[in-house]
Design a protein around this ligand. Structure first.
Ligand code: FES
Ligand SMILES: [Fe+2]
Length: 442
């Protein structure tokens, strides 16, 4: 019997540090949140202090005063472009340089000799990004989505804290839970048996350069092809020509009732319009799928949905949603804003996603798993970490390196998933899942 309390040695989950991947750019907070007072924020287990430098740009220092460890963010910005520690009044500028000691007067010998730890920052589309690594910052274009560098794109945000580890938050993406957890969400379109068990996300990894990695997924569908339901399908269901419920041997019908059909048709016109639109991007690096250091993207055609998971500490994650559109006019920009605030943000990022939080909050991440074919997306995401550990930025410490040295082509839990797929006759997916992740895979 394998212990149920510890992941096995061959478990890929060990590759993901509980406090996040360090050598990456992360979104921190809205530029507009930093006013006359410094702002404190915890990221990747570290406390940061945000304030404005002499140029008016948001700068970030470690929130621990190099004098005796007081919290800089509890201090004041007496002089433009600086923050003064609340304890002895050591004053630091945006570069982290101690420029004055208010409690010792202008003759203090400290200024010019002491530095607070500084984090590189860059503000784009109103969002302040921070380099959390110990090495020189990587090019920010590698970690921040393409739309942030486009003049005409509009990115709208929602930020919320979840009481779960970032790995749990990120791995809650496009697996089969969508059809179960969200069955009673407003957005869930009546699907019934249209997406059987064999609906298996296929993942295509894309790699360039130094740790710049994406997993880009599409769907392999068996049995009923995936399609948008039309009014005709509704009529077929009502007439009993098309099954809506599954029959589970010894249990009965599922879903238990057909009540969603009463009103789900309301979404048909909007869905038709949505799926007639082209993808919002043709760049596979920024298309739907996973992107390091903790991003999940889904192309809704009307907009690109991005869930960015920023570790706060081991037990909580700041979720930053990017809702990206490319409106062609001022009116379009206003429409997108209103639509996001009044509808999409609530129905997707609140109503839909809170269902996820409920399940994830008590979820364990340290027990032995048994995976299924529909977990292939997270399997590939975990393999991505392995790939990065070998070839990419120095994100993994000795512990991970040690585990990497061991055979890890297919873990026991993954092998279990592979067996299911083979039994279902989906050899190609099984083979793909069992294989080592590779850059030229297509
Ligand atoms: S601890 Fe910050 S000035 Fe003394
Ligand atoms: Fe979900």
């Amino acid at each position: 019997m394998v212990s149920a309390t510890k992941p096995t040695d061959l478990d890929r989950r060990i590759l993901a540090p509980p406090l996040g991947l360090r050598e990456f750019w992360y979104p921190a907070l809205l530029d507009s949140k930093v006013g006359k007072k410094p702002v404190r924020l915890q990221m990747l287990g570290e406390e940061l202090c945000f304030f404005r430098d002499r140029q008016g740009k948001v700068a970030a220092l470690w929130d621990v005063c190099p004098h005796r460890g007081a919290s800089l963010s509890q201090g004041d910005c007496h002089f433009k472009g600086t923050v003064a520690c609340p304890y002895h009044g050591w004053v630091f500028d945006g570069a982290g340089e101690c420029v004055s000691v208010l409690s010792e007067g202008p003759n203090s010998g400290i200024p010019g000799k002491v530095q607070a730890r500084k984090y590189a920052t860059q503000t784009m589309k109103g969002m302040v990004f921070v380099w959390m690594g110990e090495n020189e910052p990587a090019p920010i274009e590698e970690d921040v989505p393409e739309e942030f560098f486009e003049e005409n794109s509009q990115v709208l945000y929602r930020t919320t804290d979840w009481p779960v580890n970032w790995r749990v938050a990120l791995e809650n993406s496009m697996d089969s839970h969508v059809y179960y957890v969200h069955r009673d969400s407003i957005l869930m379109f009546a699907r019934g048996p249209q997406d059987p068990y064999g609906r298996t996300p296929r993942i295509r990894p894309v790699f360039t350069g130094n740790g710049f990695n994406v997993i880009w997924g599409d769907q392999k569908v068996q049995g009923n092809p995936r399609r948008s339901w039309g009014f005709k399908d509704y009529i077929d269901i009502l007439r009993g020509k098309m099954p809506y419920q599954d029959y589970h041997e010894g249990l009965g019908r599922w879903p238990k009732s057909k009540w969603r059909l009463l009103w789900n048709w309301v979404f048909i016109p909007a869905n038709k319009r949505r799926w007639s639109k082209p993808p919002t991007t043709n760049n596979p690096l920024w298309g739907p799928g996973h992107h390091l250091p903790g991003m999940f993207r889904s192309d809704a055609r009307t907009h690109m949905y991005t869930r960015m998971c920023v570790p706060i500490d081991e037990n909580s994650t700041r979720i930053v949603y990017y809702h990206t559109t490319r409106p062609g006019s001022l009116l379009g920009r206003i429409y997108e804003r209103v639509h996001f605030r009044l509808w999409n943000n609530w129905v997707m990022n609140i109503q839909f996603s809170n269902q996820d939080v409920k399940v994830m909050a008590p979820q364990r991440y340290d027990t032995v798993e048994k995976l299924s074919g529909t977990d292939s997306e997270i399997i590939q995401w975990r393999k991505l970490l392995q790939r990065v550990a070998i070839e990419g930025r120095q994100v993994l410490k000795d512990l991970q390196a040690e585990h990497l040295a061991k055979e890890m082509d297919t873990t026991e839990a993954e092998e279990f998933a592979v067996e299911q797929l083979k039994e279902q006759g989906t050899e190609d997916v099984a083979e793909f899942l069992a294989g080592t992740i590779s850059g030229d895979d297509d």
